[in-house]
Structure formats: structure tokens, C-alpha cells
Design a protein around this ligand. Structure first.
Ligand code: IPM
Ligand code: MN
Length: 351
């Protein structure tokens, strides 16, 4: 049966367009000799759009995105020109409006790469962080009073719901079942008794429903330490929005570098399109130099293919990346000399 899938491509700012171009080449390369076609629509949003229109996305951007089967995002942000909270707002709005509550971020060290951790190899580093992506500290909920005065007050209140916690934990348990059957939940109930008290309770309620999965919780301060000391003890880690944000930058470097770390923003019910993006940002300092690592964007394509129920294509991408990296084709962030495009060439050749 042949399928045609509509993909919105939102390259964004900085190195976003450079890495996305390689991810798109890989996607189109896969479609050759297969019965799947990808209809790509490129959305020229971001800082250049802002220069012309005074905003980074059009007013109806959510309506524009809604009909697509998936969204492939590069990176957004150019802090020299526009404050991050303005350029990044659409990203968070996409996640929340499309109820992309499961942000899946693997931290996996591929053979041929070195982790920042001495003495730890690919057998030790294979973690998936499931970040709650729809609420927590990222709800737009707060305000500032007495601006600019010595009495200024800022309030930003996080929001945690039983429903939100339960669904992300269920998602984590289901994934742990398919992996090494261990789930660690990040908490901080020793200091934040309302929010993380609820997280702890929901975990305790759900755990008996997954007797085949070993579950535990760790306070997030200890958890970051343990990520570094004993990465091999972690399989699936479920975390609230902000904790998940922090843990996945750390996970990225444990897995060989942020240039390698992919991410989903998944709406598991498929009521809305899901979005796929590298964990790294727009990196303005190296933008336009052609040296950004495209692997994170390419691996994000493999996660998109899994979501689109094309697992054999997804696996081909992962295998091609594995072969590329173990063959020594690397950009400068990994100690190599290749350009973004040359690494893209290598992945395509290995497909
Ligand atoms: C990420 C990023 C975003 C986040 C920023 C760009 C808003 O750091 O995807 O991890 O904090 O979620
Ligand atoms: Mn982040």
C-alpha cells in the first residue's frame, strides 16, 4: 500500500536550516525505491520572517501546521536580535496546543564515540528521558508587578495535574516494558511538597499496574549526580517539564554531544501532528559556517518515521547513522573535519 505523508518543515534560525537540509535529504533519499512519498512544505518562519513581518510566525501558524502528518523543526532563536522568550514562544505554543505531552529524548552513546564520562562506553549509556511537555513550569502563568522599581515582584506558577502526571508516567511505563524494564521518576518532593507530592502519589498508584517494571523515584538533584556517576543504572527516566529540560542537555553530552541528541514532541493520541527536532538550539556562533553536526536532526527524522509507523525506514536511518559514526565521519564538535553536508553525504551513502 503506498502512502503519502505531509510533512511541515520549519528550519528556523541559526544552524536550524543547515541541519534540517541534511535531514530532508535523508528523508527524500529513503523515499526513493519505497512506496512512501513525503510531501514537504517548507515554512520560512523565524528571525528572517520577523525582519519582514515584525513577528516570527504568522498569526495563524497553528492553523497552518494542524493539517500536517508531522512537523520537522530545526532550531529557533537569535538572542542578539530578539529576546529568546519571543522567538521561542511559538515552539512552546505548538507543544501545548497540539498536546504534544510526551517529549522523548534518548541519550545513547553510539559506538565509535566518546562520552564526556571517563571509563563509560556504549554499553553504559542508553537512557531515554521522557519529559512531560505540556504543563509544569512551562505554562504561561504569571506576571510582574511594580516593574523596574526596587519593589518589583515576579510570579511564575507551575501547574501539575493528576491527569498530566498520570499520562506521562503511563507512557514511560509502556516504554520501559519494551526496553530494560526500569523506570526512574524525577521528583523533588522533599522541597516542593504540593507539586512533587502529587507526582510521588501518582507513581505509587500506578506502579502496581506494571509489576514487570521496576520503578523508583529520585530527587532531581541526586538524579543529575547519578546520571554522571552511574548512567548504566538508568533505562527510562520520567521527568516534569523543567527537570526534563535540564536532564536532557546532560543526557545529550553523556551520549556523545548535543549535536547527536534527537527529540520528539509526541501527541500519542494522534489528534494533532507531532513535532520532531534536535535537542540542540540555533547555535548562532557557528551558524553559516557549514560545520554544525546534522546527526541530531537526522536522528529526529528516524523518530518521526517511527511515529509515522514506518519502523523499517526508521531503523535504516539509525543503522546508517551508526555506520557513519563508527566509520569516523564526523563534524568538528566530535573532533572530526567534515562539513555538515559531508556528514549528510556519508549518511546517505550508508542508507
Ligand atoms: C528544548 C529547549 C526549549 C525548552 C527552549 C528553546 C524553549 O531548551 O527544547 O529543550 O526549554 O524546552
Ligand atoms: Mn532544552
Amino acid at each position: 500500500m503506498s502512502r503519502s505523508l505531509r510533512i511541515a518543515v520549519y528550519p528556523g534560525d541559526g544552524i536550524g536550516p543547515e541541519v534540517t537540509a541534511q535531514a530532508v535529504r535523508v528523508l527524500l533519499g529513503l523515499a526513493q525505491n519505497s512506496d512512501v512519498t513525503f510531501a514537504l512544505t517548507e515554512l520560512p518562519w523565524g528571525i528572517n520572517y520577523w525582519k519582514q513581518h515584525g513577528r516570527v510566525v504568522p498569526d495563524d501558524f497553528l492553523e497552518v501546521l494542524r493539517p500536517f502528518d508531522a512537523i520537522l523543526l530545526g532550531a529557533v532563536g537569535w538572542p542578539e536580535l530578539l529576546p529568546d522568550y519571543e522567538t521561542l514562544a511559538p515552539l512552546v505554543q505548538i507543544r501545548q496546543t497540539f498536546d504534544q505531552y510526551a517529549c522523548v529524548r534518548p541519550a545513547k552513546l553510539y559506538p565509535g564515540l566518546k562520552s564526556v564520562l571517563a571509563g563509560k562506553g556504549p554499553a553504559d549509556i542508553d537512557i531515554v528521558v521522557i519529559r512531560e511537555n505540556s504543563e509544569g513550569e512551562y505554562v504561561d502563568n504569571g506576571g510582574r508587578l511594580k516593574r523596574g522599581t526596587p519593589d518589583e515582584v515576579a510570579i511564575q506558577t507551575a501547574l501539575h495535574t493528576r491527569r498530566g502526571i498520570e499520562r506521562i508516567l503511563r507512557y514511560g511505563f509502556a516504554l520501559a516494558r519494551k526496553r530494560r524494564k526500569k523506570l526512574t521518576m524525577a521528583t523533588k518532593s522533599n522541597a516542593q511538597r504540593y507539586a512533587y507530592g502529587l507526582w510521588d502519589e501518582v507513581l505509587a498508584e500506578l506502579a502496581p499496574q506494571f509489576p514487570d517494571v521496576e520503578s523508583e523515584r529520585q530527587h532531581c538533584d541526586a538524579l543529575v549526580m547519578n546520571f554522571v556517576r552511574w548512567p548504566e543504572r538508568f533505562d527510562v527516566v520520567v521527568a516534569s517539564n523543567l527537570f526534563g529540560d535540564l536532564l536532557t542537555d546532560l543526557g545529550g553530552v553523556l551520549g556523545g554531544g548535543l549535536g547527536l541528541a534527537p527529540s520528539t514532541n509526541t501527541n500519542p493520541e494522534r489528534s494533532f501532528p507531532s513535532m520532531f527536532e534536535p535537542v540542540h538550539g540555533s547555535a548562532p556562533d557557528i551558524a553559516g559556517k557549514g560545520i554544525a553536526n546534522p546527526i541530531a536532526a537526522i536522528l529526529s527524522v528516524s523518530m518521526m518515521l517511527d511515529h509515522l509507523e514506518l519502523p523499517s525506514l526508521a531503523e535504516r536511518v539509525r543503522k546508517a547513522v551508526e555506520k557513519t559514526l563508527s566509520g569516523g565521519a564526523k563534524t568538528p564538535d566530535l573532533g572530526g573535519k567534515l562539513t555538515t553536508e559531508q556528514v549528510g553525504d556519508a549518511v546517505l551513502a550508508n542508507l
